[in-house]
Design a protein around this ligand. Structure first.
Ligand code: BES
Ligand code: MN
Ligand code: MN
Length: 462
């Protein structure tokens, strides 16, 4: 495969403009007010896949948002790569913390991105990274270099749990048959330290509700005499960690995969500067489970975090009140071989069991998924390694990520193939946060590296 660099150089302004157009559509899957925009984005992705060289493209209806499917089959005997990505984005809130509106993309230079970065919701997660694959396909078809078959499956519900994708995959195993799954929806260590994500954490997401009296009460007349749901909820949540920051739910760690001393030593070799890490998010110290390093805490260890908590009076001034109810949303990040359904059950049983007299507690499971690990001796990993060597001139470092793409474990179960996570984002890209951005260098580097993967994967498969 020839280097895509000259083609990218010639077309980069258009590549950027096309991504900018896609980013202008607010495809927020969590908020039904944006339904039209989510559907419009699917349509736009479909049209671009067609233009880039797919022979068939379709919008596949599901019980939720549609899946955009496209394929180019050049020879049934050649390997098939299935590209997965998502066209939906996270809500942009809080809006007032954005320096420019989230759906009016602007290009700005930053310290890490002297070539400029595109600021917009979804620029990195995942429209920008997904679109690298569309442009990589364009390059290969326009220059007659596509070495194998390719299928695209781009969904619109990743940020809300991918429930329709599960529905779709289990009904379309034949159509989705492939030799390897390729995803760009993760990050890398830094621009000069390329890495390939070899693991994703699983997830169990629950909402809890504590109900006390049948109405909000005067906190003077009743205070001290009835259980205050907010007091109770915060105390229950606090009890979920012990003084060493271990999670106290009985059985929580039973199935956790323990890494060997060797594996942990290997992990510790990846470049990491604790002071820079702390400075980048403005904290004076890290915090976490005793006995583990920061990189272990955020990748190979399970966690429990409150994502939101509410109840009572939060308006201006003071109101003396004991709220009738208190609520929290809680996520648990899981590792191999924890089962998310089992963990959800353990949480539910434990949380209900620690409720004091005087309140009722409800646990409502949301969604979840299993953790995933890619073996580094697989054909796909080796091909990816070669691809990075070709475009970065360095061997990429395998790195387990703390994030989750719950559907990846399901792909392996249903489609029997390995997933390769070639992410080009940086931690500083602020995905899910205000001022999300994606470096133009990263965007173009992705477009350059992906065709090399196609080349090496095809070559090594024969
Ligand atoms: N692309 C992210 C996941 C990710 C980002 C993994 C960076 C590794 C590195 C994905 O869109 C995401 O946000 N996933 C959610 C889970 C989902 C069920 C909402 C997450 O990890 O919180
Ligand atoms: Mn994503
Ligand atoms: Mn995301």
């Amino acid at each position: 495969m020839k280097s895509a660099k000259p083609y990218i150089e010639k077309n980069k302004d258009r590549f950027i403009d096309e991504l900018v157009s896609l980013l202008k559509i607010p495809s927020i899957s969590a908020d039904s007010a944006y339904k039209k925009d989510v559907l419009k984005t699917a349509e736009a992705v479909k049209n671009q896949l067609k233009k880039a060289g797919c022979d068939t493209v379709e919008i596949c209806e599901t019980p939720g948002y549609p899946i955009v499917y496209g394929e180019k089959i050049i020879n049934k005997k050649l390997p098939t790569i299935l590209v997965y990505g998502h066209y939906d984005v996270q809500p942009p809130d809080p809006l007032d913390l954005w320096d420019s509106p989230p759906f009016e993309p602007v290009i700005k230079k930053t310290k890490l991105h002297p070539e400029g970065a595109i600021f917009a919701r979804g620029s990195c997660d995942d429209k920008g990274q997904m679109y690298m694959h569309v442009k990589a396909l364009e390059y290969m078809t326009e220059t007659n270099q596509l070495p194998c078959n390719v299928k695209f499956m781009i969904e619109g519900e990743e940020e809300v749990g991918s429930s329709s994708l599960e529905w779709f995959v289990t009904r379309n195993r034949e159509k989705l048959a492939n030799d390897v799954i390729l995803i760009s929806d993760t990050g890398m260590i830094s621009k000069d330290v390329p890495s390939i994500t070899t693991g994703l954490r699983g997830l169990s997401y629950v909402e809890v509700e504590v109900t006390g009296p049948n109405r909000d009460l005067h906190s003077g007349l009743y205070g001290g005499a009835v259980a205050n749901p907010i007091n109770v909820l915060t105390k229950m949540i606090a009890s979920l960690h012990d003084e060493n920051n271990h999670i106290t739910i009985p059985g929580f760690y039973d199935d956790v995969e323990e890494l060997s001393t060797d594996e942990r030593a290997k992990m510790a070799e990846a470049p990491f500067n604790l002071k820079d890490y702390e400075a980048s998010i403005d904290i004076d110290s890290v915090y976490g489970e005793k006995g583990y390093s920061t990189n272990e805490r955020n990748s190979i260890r399970p966690t429990l975090d409150v994502n939101g908590i509410w109840g009572g009076y939060i308006g201006e001034g003071a109101k003396t009140v004991i709220a009738s109810q208190a609520f929290a949303k809680i996520s648990m990040r899981l590792v191999p071989d924890q089962d998310w359904r089992k963990i959800t059950e353990l949480f539910k049983n434990h949380f209900e069991s620690i409720a004091p007299k005087g309140v009722r507690v409800k646990v409502k499971p949301h969604h979840g998924g299993q953790a995933y690990v890619t073996p580094i001796d697989s054909l796909g990993y080796k091909a990816a390694e070669k691809a990075y060597e070709a475009t970065f001139g360095k061997t990429p470092i395998p790195q387990r990520s703390g994030g989750s793409i719950p559907i990846v474990a399901l792909f392996e179960k249903e489609l029997k193939s390995k997933t390769i996570l070639m992410g080009f984002g940086l931690d500083s890209d602020a995905i899910h946060s205000p001022n999300e951005h994606f470096g133009i260098w990263n965007y173009l580097k992705g477009i350059e590296t992906i065709p090399q993967f196609y080349h090496y994967f095809t070559k090594m498969s024969s």
